[in-house]
Design a protein. Structure first.
Length: 771
């Protein structure tokens, strides 16, 4: 077993030099909001820890930017280490957090050392469907569904790793006929054939097919580039069929049934999933995209992989995987983003350069944004950008140690923050974990643990391996300790420094809360002391309401009925109030589209002769008319059809609404927003990649101004009011979804609380003592 981990010293020095160069260059990184001062954290703070046999966890924090980076380096020659992947809750359409997936895989001889989120997913027919080739546990789960091949990380049966764009062709052969281009585990189809494997679900409905057959495999294994001989059990006559180990279902629409002919019970058919870019059978494959490095050189072919250039150029949270040239090391990387005071994220070009300096020969991007998550020994170590923390995702890539743990040799106090900063009067839960000499988890006897806490920092209530610490009312800094005395075990002890601090500010977003009945909004709560930002744990925060027209659960507010009141947010002895209004708003029409004079369109990849705008005076929601927008998108690149506008929005609205008459063409409707400081943002009226899915009806779309997405020219920026909308545009980057049609727009409105909002500010309070 190799005992040398991480980067060679020279490589580490080069990496730090590279980071210092790019982060100290003003044009390359812009800082928005307050970041930790240089006296508290050096420009580059690096902490490395051995977290398992052959696995190093490296944490870097850069105040320039700022940037928060986590790196897992895996020595692939270490005995007992394996790379694995898992999907949601074990089946398609069932997402889970990376931490939940890691916990599900944890067993006595199966220790998940580290894991990150994996592929992008689609929700077009059912939830959490990986968009690329996915192979895990000896079974193909999904085929590529993007209009162009995208990068896949994988491993062959001989143990060779690869990163490259892949294509896949699923084929079935009988003695006399064959059928190609078969779909896999597709929930809804209208033509061709679909093969269903056990990860799909326990039951598959077959009523939509002309014919359906049950097939039986000799083993519960079906992977790319390894043909299997399946036995036809018989035709399925019932509305649904059972899936299970070694049991497949083949659904044939009329065209495919004619092409393949009738299958008879006992007949042998050959099934092959051919991936021509790889010559060996593939035992592990997990998608993402685009590729970042090829043969040691930066290679970001966002055009070929049909990825928007803005996705590549803008700074976002990122997750990536890389391989060393000799295939002896694997790198998993996360970069946090969309948190201006903490970490702004990186572009794909910056990420590729970082991975290159890290020592990667091949590398690719995984799903990022709010999905970016890294788990080390069961704990989320990065800071996901979603309000409520780690997001539910479709699958994960894991580093697993497949040996039983040895006897306990040391203790660890969780959370790992050291020092652990606790607001005065607040409560935090601590846990003691046992580890063997290889950092594998070991069960502890709860009765053999003793917690000790100095009175100056608070009081505790211990419950074996966990304890609840209630911080003192005055600032203090001391060390807490936990001791372990079990029969036939060497006495062990762990300590952690705790700083009890007074809060200076608490910031709650959104504030005020402007809601409609049944609306749900997640709160983002941040706090600081004189020393800088503080990590808040859920048990530190208590939220109550002054009027039961809303409820609060896990920092999610739900509106029940018309009313108004205050959220009361207590963090120890600090109290903050946030006003809320349900079905009590003032609205202002900022554009009625009655006499919209601009008819000039601009953009890329659209038919200029068949795309136009005009005033429709027959189908409006209100007023004298509405805007009719005819469009035809062209394939071969990202389409963007721009309508220039100049729509000022006064004051400080909480939301912006627009009526859209849909055509079902799934075009994205977005806009460009410019604020009082000339910062640019994107406003999304169609929720990411969902597009205009409704047809032949009006729908009012409401967008929170806090969901405005800063452009790459001002990453992490927050809008300064007043704002204006300078353009509306239709867009689509997937050729398969490009369409032609007509949409109507009417009544663009700004939505305000029922008071003058020009003086309202985000909820920021000085430390106010509770009565």
């Amino acid at each position: 077993m190799s005992k040398t981990l991480g980067l060679p010293s020279l490589c580490k020095m080069r990496l730090l030099l590279f980071i210092l160069v790019i982060l100290c260059s003003p044009p390359a990184w812009s800082t928005y909001g307050d970041s930790p001062s240089a006296t508290e954290l050096p420009s580059v703070a690096v902490n490395s820890e051995i977290v398992g046999p052959g696995v190093e966890h490296r944490h870097e924090y850069h105040t320039s930017g700022p940037l928060n980076i986590h790196v897992i380096t895996v020595n692939l020659e270490t005995t007992g280490l394996e790379l694995r992947s898992t999907i949601g809750k074990g089946k398609l359409f069932t997402g889970a957090t990376v931490a939940d997936m890691a916990r599900r895989e944890e067993r006595a001889d199966n220790h998940v050392i580290a894991a990150t989120n994996g592929d992008f997913w689609k929700n077009s027919t059912r939830m959490f469907i990986p968009v690329n080739l996915y192979v895990t546990n000896g079974m193909v789960v999904t085929l590529p569904s993007t209009p162009a091949p995208r990068a896949v990380f994988g491993m062959t049966a001989s143990g060779k790793l690869f990163i490259k764009p892949l294509t896949a062709d699923l084929q079935i052969k009988t003695q006399t006929r064959s059928l190609r281009h078969i779909k896999l585990n597709e929930p809804i189809t209208s033509a061709g054939a679909v093969l269903y494997t056990p990860p799909y679900d326990d039951i598959v409905t077959v009523t939509r097919f002309a014919k359906a057959y049950e097939l039986h495999l000799p083993t519960n294994r079906f992977i790319p580039n390894e043909p299997v001989s399946a036995t036809v059990v018989g035709e399925i006559r019932s509305p649904a069929a059972q899936l299970g180990d070694s049991r497949l279902v083949l659904g044939l629409h009329a065209d495919a049934a004619r092409a393949l002919g009738t299958l008879k019970p006992g007949e042998k058919v050959e099934i092959l999933l051919r991936v021509k870019e790889v010559t060996e059978p593939i035992i592990l494959a997990i998608g993402g995209g685009p590729q970042l490095l090829s043969r040691g050189k930066i290679h970001i072919d966002w055009k070929e992989e049909k990825i928007l250039r803005s996705f590549s150029a803008d700074r976002h949270p990122r997750t990536a995987v890389g391989i060393s040239r000799d295939q002896k090391r694997l790198y998993l990387v996360t970069v946090d983003g969309r948190q201006p005071a903490f970490s702004i994220g990186v572009s794909l070009f910056e990420l590729a350069k970082y991975l290159q300096q890290l020592g990667c020969w091949e590398a690719m991007n995984f799903d990022g944004g709010g999905s970016t998550t890294m788990v080390v020994r069961g704990e989320v170590v990065n800071r996901p950008s979603d309000r409520l923390g780690a997001r539910t995702v479709s699958n994960a890539l894991m580093v697993v140690y497949t040996r039983s743990a040895g006897p306990v040799s040391r203790l660890k106090i969780v959370p790992k923050n050291d020092p652990l900063v606790v607001p005065t009067g607040s409560t935090v839960t601590l846990r003691c974990d046992g580890l063997d000499e290889l950092s594998n988890p070991v069960s502890l006897s709860p009765d053999s643990l003793t917690w000790s806490v100095p009175r100056s920092i608070g009081t505790i209530h211990s419950f074996g391996t966990t304890c609840s610490l209630t911080a003192a009312r005055q600032p203090a800094a001391e060390r807490i300790a936990v001791s372990y005395h079990a029969p036939q075990t060497t006495p062990l002890k762990a300590e952690k420094t705790v700083h009890v601090v007074k809060l200076t500010t608490v910031t709650i977003d959104p504030s005020p809360l402007v809601l409609v009945r049944n609306e749900k909004v997640d709160l983002k709560i941040e706090a600081s002391s004189t020393s800088g930002p503080i990590t808040l744990f859920p048990e530190m925060i208590n939220i109550s309401v002054s009027d039961p027209c809303v409820t609060v659960s896990e920092q999610r507010v739900r509106a029940l009925r018309k009313g108004l009141g205050d959220l009361v947010v207590d963090i120890g002895d600090c109290r903050t109030r946030v006003p809320y209004y349900v079905d009590m708003v003032s609205t202002k029409t900022v554009c009625s589209f009655d006499d919209f004079v601009t008819t000039r369109l601009a953009g890329t990849r659209y038919d200029t002769k068949r795309s136009s705008v005009f005033c429709d005076r027959e189908h409006q929601i209100a007023g004298k008319g509405c805007l009719a927008w005819n469009y035809k998108m062209l394939k071969g690149g990202a389409t963007k059809i721009v309508l220039p506008t100049d729509i000022p929005i006064d004051g400080h609205p909480e939301k912006i609404s627009l009526w859209i008459y849909g055509d079902g063409g799934e075009a994205w409707l977005r806009g460009e927003v410019v604020d009082a400081h000339n910062q640019h943002f994107m406003i999304d009226f169609t929720n990411g990649s969902e597009g205009i899915t409704w047809s032949k009806k009006w729908k009012q779309v409401v967008v929170s101004v806090r969901s405005l997405i800063p452009r790459s020219t001002n990453p992490g920026a927050k809008p300064v009011f007043p704002i204006r909308i300078t353009e509306l545009y239709l867009a689509q980057d997937q050729d398969a979804l490009k369409a032609s049609g007509q949409i109507l727009l009417d009544e663009l409105e700004a939505i305000y609380p029922p008071t003058d909002t020009s003086d309202l500010k985000p909820a920021v309070t000085s430390a106010e003592k509770k009565p």
